[in-house]
Design a protein around this ligand. Sequence first.
Ligand code: C5P
Length: 217
Amino acid sequence: AAHRPLFGRHVLVTAGPTHEPIDPVRYIANRSSGKQGFAIAAAAARAGARVTLVAGPVHLATPPGVDRVDVETAREMAEAVRQALPADVAIMVAAVADWRTSTVAEEKMKKRGSAPPALLLTENPDILATVATSTQRPSLLIGFAAETQDVIRHAQEKRLRKQADWIVANDVSGDVMGGDANAVHIVRADDVVSLPEMPKEDVARILVERIADALAL
Ligand code: C5P
C-alpha cells in the first residue's frame, strides 16, 4: 500500500492541445506537447491508480497501464471528460483552445486573389469550470495555469474563479511549452508549494505524492 498509494482510485487527466478546425485542412492550435500531462498520467498509474487520460492531438506513446481516449477539439474533450467521470481526482493539464471558429468551412478555403477571410470565433466550454460545478465533481480537482507574469497571484485568482482545489502554475515565459523541464508552484487554499526547475517526470511524481497525501487525510 505504501508503494501504491493511489490503489483503488480513479484518476482523470487531460493533456495536450486541442485542434479547432477552420476547414478540412486547417486548424487553430497551440504549442502544448502533452508531455507534462502524460508524465502525470504515468506517475498516477505507477502509484496504483486506474487512470483515464483524455489526450488532444500529440505525438506521445501511451504510458503503461493508462486508458487513453484521443480527442481533437475542446468540445470532444469536454464530452470525453464527462463520460470518464466519476473520478476521485481530476488533473486538467490540457491547453484547451479558448476559441473555435463559429463555423467550419466544408471545402478548403481558396485564396482567389481577393481579401483574406476573417475568422469569426466563438468561446469553447471551460472543461475545468464545468467539472467543478458538476454533480460528479471529483473530491480533488486540480487545474494548471500557464502564466508569464505574477504567476502565483494569477493562479490564486484562477483557483477561486474556477473553483478548483489546487492550481499548478508554471511560468511559460521561457521554453516550458514543448520542453522537458518545468518549474511549478502548487497553489492551494492555504499554502503554495514552489518546486525548482526539474524534469516534467519529477514534477509529475511529486505532484502525485502530494495527491496521495491529500487523499489519505
Ligand atoms: O483559463 P485558463 O485557460 O488559463 O485555465 C487553465 C486551466 O483550465 C487548465 O487546467 C486547463 O486544462 C483548464 N481549461 C479547461 N477548459 C478550457 C480552458 C481551460 O479545462 N476551455
